[in-house]
Design a protein around this ligand. Structure first.
Ligand code: ADP
Length: 163
């Protein structure tokens, strides 16, 4: 069975990567979905984000069952179009839960055949978000423990360029 993991991934963090690995342990195929969102200003382009995710998953044992796509429109519609049975999301705190509950319920309204699977963040990553990485990195902090090792230098360079 195939699932999709939608998000912004600006950039992918170790928390995202952990969710990807756990989803791959449960399902045959995981499609990471970079959803186009004109309302969100991103640091990295869609192509850069896709390339960074591909680099990050390239060293995983399950890499052959993991792919990355860029999508637009309704996530649940996109999930249906690629025959995914469920949408995977991660939960770090109660604040995430409120948003995810609302989104999952709205998705259910649109298509009740596609389930939402909420995976709980590992405690060591429960503080971690792309925004935290950007904030710390832009101020010269060490982000190497927060993003996959394959992309650490790329992220650091981009953040310092932006200063
Ligand atoms: P979005 O803008 O759609 O929330 P993100 O890239 O910020 O995109 O997050 C994608 C998904 O990954 C969300 O479900 C989010 O809660 C989850 N997530 C983000 N960071 C972590 C983390 N450190 N641990 C577990 N899940 C996470």
């Amino acid at each position: 069975m195939k699932v999709c993991y939608p998000g912004t991934f600006d950039p992918i963090t170790k928390g995202h990567l952990d969710i990807i690995q756990r989803a791959a342990a449960l399902y045959d195929e995981v499609v990471i979905l970079i959803m186009r969102n004109p309302g969100k200003r991103c640091l990295f382009s869609e192509t850069e984000r896709k390339m960074m995710i591909e680099l990050a998953v390239s060293s995983l044992a399950d890499r052959d069952r993991i792919s990355v796509q860029i999508g637009s429109g309704l996530t649940v519609e996109y999930a249906r179009s690629i025959q995914a049975c469920a949408i995977v999301r991660g939960i770090r705190a109660v604040s995430d839960y409120e948003y995810e509950l609302l989104t999952a319920t709205a998705n259910m309204y649109i298509n009740d055949k596609i389930e939402t699977l909420l995976l709980i963040a590992r405690p060591e990553y429960s503080f971690l978000s792309s925004s935290v990485v950007k904030e710390i990195g832009a101020n010269g902090g060490d982000i190497s423990g927060m993003v996959p090792k394959e992309i650490a230098d790329l992220v650091k360079t981009k953040l310092l360029e932006k200063k």
